[in-house]
Design a protein. Structure first.
Length: 497
């Protein structure tokens, strides 16, 4: 569901500002796309959310970015905190379980890095939510379009965070919105994390972490293999309380009885009925987890693209950085959506492209660049936009911004030039080399200089220089899997956050 900015505002702020149910304001799970930082941090968030609300920030899609140093996730966290602080979303003096801050400012209770798609960091997020927020109130997942909210909703639906019957009931709810919600938001009931459940969950996590890949079921092994091809960081999300249907194993959950004395006990049967329903009593005191429609970002290049083009531009697989060494007088195109001219500098500099692997990079000279754009924007060489001359007639022209940078050495990028949401180019230059650059994006889309860069050591992730070319061979770092015992040394170490 896509809604306008105004519709979104009224929908979400109505929910977030309504009188608290159960005497508590909801927890806001605020999702930020790490590939689009800081544009994915909504400038109007503080107005949407009631003053004093608890906000837990989730930086998503970390699986797509290659680690450029052992502490890169720590750096991501810091940058995410900084972007939030700029909007006045500041770390809470108190913890997540405490009532809202009386001073009325927003309580940023924590920052988590996850991959909603591969499950990385999700078990840890659930543990945090269950230990701190418990079942104190509803939880709203909000953020920009494409940040991955629905993907996280679906991952949590297969986890220990929802009531054990929820996945079966919600499968139908995804087709028609959950009945009984006034906002038509998709939701599932949150499980009550009683001490017994927390204990059993910990035992399950410990047991899971002791398993090697070979000990997983055939299906799980296949799934993991597939994820390893797609992302750099992978996590397994399991379930402790699911109602087993097969093999006659019955996991009886005594806490199904203890949440509410009036609640009907759920006695799992070997032959579950076709239609699984929650009873009135099971839901009457339930706290809910809501997915919300995403807010459309202003000045975003994706707003100009067709669905087919968006599929090329939005990375779905682990990004393999592409580095080029450019002399002054050279030009780099990122599809026909971005262009960077290296106008002046004393020496060659390195341009590392972080963008969808499907979006082509073309390097040329200043003399040829205009001609190439005229001739090839809209066709296969630059790939996006598609549709040839006819499409380009209505597509906004590229507009330029002059940039001055000073190199800080050949091992560290000085800045990222972020070409709206199409990706960015990290610039690494010799110490004190003064660079004159001109960067272009389609008119009306955001071009920004990100300083410090998100991946300052990215220039190190490259293969050998290709003979007679300005390009280096690409190098794909190995994936890391958390919550699994591995024989291979590369998978043993999950980066510390
Ligand atoms: N690699 C990767 N892709 C992700 C991740 N999360 C979401 N995606 C992809 O990003 C795209 C958007 O995901 P959604 O879950 O639909 O995003 P959303 O926030 O619900 O978007 P709206 O409903 O439009 O607001 C999909 O193609 C997902 O597969 C992630 O953690 N890693
Ligand atoms: Mg969605």
């Amino acid at each position: 569901m896509q809604v306008t900015r105004e519709q979104y505002r009224s929908l979400v702020s109505a929910a977030l500002r309504s009188p608290p149910r159960h005497g508590r304001s909801p927890l806001v799970l605020y999702m930020v796309d790490m590939l689009d930082l800081p544009d994915s941090v909504l400038p109007d968030l503080p107005e949407l959310v009631s003053a004093g609300s608890n906000i837990l920030v989730v930086g998503n899609k970390v699986d797509l970015l290659p680690g450029d140093s052992p502490d890169y996730l720590k750096r991501f966290r810091k940058l995410l905190l900084k972007s939030c602080a700029r909007l006045g979303i500041l770390p809470a003096a108190k913890g997540i379980g405490d009532q809202a801050d009386r001073t009325g400012r927003h309580n940023l209770v924590d920052v988590h890095l996850i991959s909603a798609k591969t499950g990385y960091g999700v078990e840890e997020l659930i543990s945090k939510l269950q230990r701190s927020w418990k079942c104190n109130g509803d939880v709203y997942l909000i953020g920009t379009t494409n940040s991955g909210k629905s993907t996280l909703f679906n991952t949590l639906l297969q986890s220990d965070y929802c009531k054990s019957k929820a996945p079966e009931v919600i499968n139908r709810a995804t087709i028609s919105p959950w009945p009984g919600t006034t906002l038509n938001l998709l939701k599932f009931p949150i499980i009550n994390p009683t001490p017994d459940r927390l204990f059993r969950r910990q035992e399950r996590l410990k047991a899971d972490a002791e398993k090697t890949e070979e000990q997983l079921s055939g299906d799980e092994q296949k799934y993991l293999k597939c994820l390893k091809k797609q992302g750099y960081l992978i996590g397994r999300v399991g379930r402790t309380f699911q109602q087993q249907k097969s093999k006659g194993i019955i996991h009886f959950d005594p806490d199904e009885l203890s949440f509410n004395m009036e609640e009907e006990p759920v006695i799992p049967s070997k032959k579950p009925k076709e239609r699984v329903e929650f009873t009135y009593n099971e839901l009457k005191d339930a706290r809910w987890f809501f997915d919300t429609p995403g807010i459309v970002k202003e000045n975003c290049v994706l707003n100009l693209l067709s669905e087919k083009e968006v599929k090329i531009v939005l990375p779905t697989h682990a990004i393999v950085p592409r580095t080029f060494v450019l002399k002054p007088g050279m030009v780099l195109f990122l599809g026909a959506l971005g262009r960077i001219d290296y106008l002046q500098g004393a020496k060659s500099s390195w341009f590392s492209v972080v963008a969808s692997n499907l979006l082509p990079v073309h390097v040329t000279t200043l003399e040829k660049a205009d001609g190439i754009y005229q001739k090839h924007a809209g066709d296969t060489l630059l790939k996006v936009p598609t549709g040839g001359e006819e499409r380009m007639r209505e597509f906004p022209p590229l507009t330029a911004q002059d940039i001055t940078l000073e190199g800080i050495g050949i091992f560290e990028a000085v800045a990222d030039i972020k070409l709206s949401s199409a990706g960015w180019v990290a610039i690494t230059a010799h110490l004190e080399d003064k660079l004159q650059l001109r960067a272009y994006t389609p008119e009306g889309t955001a071009l920004m200089i990100r300083k410090p860069p998100l991946l300052p050591h990215i220039v190190a992730i490259k293969g050998k220089r290709i003979k007679g070319s300005v390009a280096y061979r690409t190098k794909k770092p190995s994936p890391l899997v958390e919550n699994i015992k591995s024989n291979k040394p590369m998978e043993k170490k999950v980066p510390k956050m």
